[in-house]
Design a protein around this ligand. Structure first.
Ligand SMILES: Cc1cc2nc3c(=O)[nH]c(=O)nc-3n(C[C@H](O)[C@H](O)[C@H](O)COP(=O)(O)OP(=O)(O)OC[C@H]3O[C@@H](n4cnc5c(N)ncnc54)[C@H](O)[C@@H]3O)c2cc1C
Length: 441
């Protein structure tokens, strides 16, 4: 175990930082138990941080911060049952690589793989695909170190009430120690990215989601253009010239989407009024790309340009209207937006605090370059999302409180009851949880 004295911690997007009393890096469950017990005895709050890829202050603490980057091993793989159990600090990239050795893969992923599995499930991280649910739905068992050092093991058969709530827990119950995932046989993805007119995509979105395993698009404000991404699952081996890992992929992904995009953002910083012109240049440089590779290599992109993000889940039936409202609002308010709007679809699930609980869901994500202020834009977008029954992504920026969130989640009170049972003293509380789950009584 490594203990660091008080140091400042900042998240990936640079949107939040905090000064914990200490940062602990355990290597075993026993060490996690000892850290939690000692912190509770000192009367300190405890928070775990994964890869710090949440944009909100959900992982911040003025108490003891536990980092799990040395607690990241695969513990068990059951090929017949297609399950894998890992220590909670393993990243999705590490986990996917380990699964590939056993001919397995995650059923679906988000668009990067830097997150830890525990951080990803704690905030209901998702990918796209109307037949696929979020990553938390792939969890079949969990162990959680509770406030006094007891270890809760839960699954659909073992304390099912706690299990369902813990599938998306916002880090509110304790330290997730081990995570067991249901996996699928390894598969490749054939990916086509191409510029398309936004009006066409909005008109055809439902059809495109139905016809394709994983469909999404990025619309560039101030232009008529979007980059559409169609990912199709296949067992066919990738032809050498269509692999993402080759030189062509480096030029496409790293140079065009990241370095060139970064230059455009820096130019926008010089003069904001250049943004519509720069957006037009970006739209013109988008081209058709096609590649086939192992699923995780296609899903997980590199993100070199930092940004702040808000994302909302709305009922699928309201998704396109909500995108049109954002488009109209940007024009009406004459906002200058240099980052694209991302639109995805996922299947309904049965997890109490999942934004996709009990409804097929469309996700809309808005971003700003990390050096620009996000609040005016995000508040306008949030007002639109409120009108469309939106539920915010827990790891991204939003301005909701327990009072505005509770009516949006039918099983809210059951989640709070599990929290009261597992962490009555709010050892795992912080300012974010006070705000979104309600003040401790
Ligand atoms: C570039 C980028 C791309 C992204 N792409 C997507 C995407 O495609 N889809 C999507 O849905 N989201 C996406 N996100 C958001 C991201 O997936 C979530 O914010 C996720 O929670 C980050 O994981 P993390 O390991 O960094 O967790 P952190 O941000 O470090 O922590 C998140 C929360 O989980 C808690 N936590 C972490 N580990 C544990 C544990 N072991 N026990 C208890 N609590 C724990 C923390 O306390 C905190 O409350 C993206 C973020 C970035 C920066």
């Amino acid at each position: 175990m490594v203990t660091e004295a008080r140091t400042r911690w900042t998240n990936w997007g640079g949107t939040y930082s905090c000064s914990p009393t200490r940062i602990e890096s355990p290597t075993s469950e026993e060490e996690i138990v000892a850290i939690v017990r000692a912190a509770a005895e000192r009367g300190e709050h405890v928070k775990v941080i994964g890869s710090g890829h949440s944009f909100s202050d959900i992982g911040c603490t003025d108490g003891c911060l536990i980092r799990l980057d040395r607690y990241n091993k695969v513990l068990d793989v059951d090929r017949d049952a297609a399950t894998m159990t890992a220590q909670a600090g393993i990243t999705i990239l590490e986990l996917s690589d380990a699964l590939a050795h056993f001919g397995l893969a995650m059923e679906n992923m988000g668009d990067v793989g830097y997150q830890t599995i525990s951080g990803a499930i704690s905030t209901a991280t998702h990918g796209t695909g109307e037949r696929f649910r979020n990553l938390s739905s792939q969890v079949v068992a969990l162990s959680v170190v509770l406030a006094h050092g007891d270890v809760l093991r839960c699954s659909p058969d073992l304390d099912p009430e706690a299990f369902k709530a813990a599938q998306v827990s916002l880090g509110a119950f304790g330290v997730l120690s081990t995570v067991t995932l249901r996996c699928v046989p390894a598969y490749n993805i054939h990916s086509v990215q191409e510029p398309r007119r936004i009006d066409e995509l909005l008109d055809q979105f439902d059809e495109l989601c139905k016809q394709n395993d994983h469909f999404e698009f990025f619309w560039f404000p101030h232009t008529e253009w979007a980059q559409a991404i169609t990912n199709t699952r296949t067992e066919e081996a990738p032809p050498a010239n269509l692999r993402r890992t080759g030189f062509g992929a480096y030029v496409n992904d790293i140079l065009l989407e990241n370095h060139a995009f970064g230059m455009i953002q820096r130019a926008a910083q010089v003069r904001r009024t250049w943004i519509p012109g720069l957006a037009a240049i970006t739209a013109r440089t988008m081209s058709r790309k096609e590649m086939t590779d192992r699923s995780d290599r296609i899903f997980a992109n590199t993100r070199l340009v930092r940004f702040a993000e808000m994302e909302y889940a709305v009922p699928r039936s309201q998704l396109i209207a909500a995108v049109r409202d954002i488009r109209a609002m940007i024009e009406r308010k004459r906002l200058l937006i240099s980052f694209p709007v991302e639109v995805r679809a996922v299947a309904a699930d049965d997890i109490p605090l999942s934004p996709a609980y009990a409804r097929d869901t469309g996700y809309i994500a808005v971003h700003v370059y990390h050096r620009f202020e996000y609040e005016p834009y995000f508040r306008e977008v949030e007002a639109i999302m409120n009108a469309h029954e939106g539920r915010p992504h827990w790891g991204k920026l939003h301005f909701q409180t327990a009072a505005t969130l509770r009516p949006r989640y039918p099983l809210w009170d059951r989640f709070i009851a599990v929290r009261d049972r597992l962490d009555p003293g709010r050892v795992f509380g912080n300012a974010y949880l006070e705000r979104v789950l309600g003040p401790s009584t």
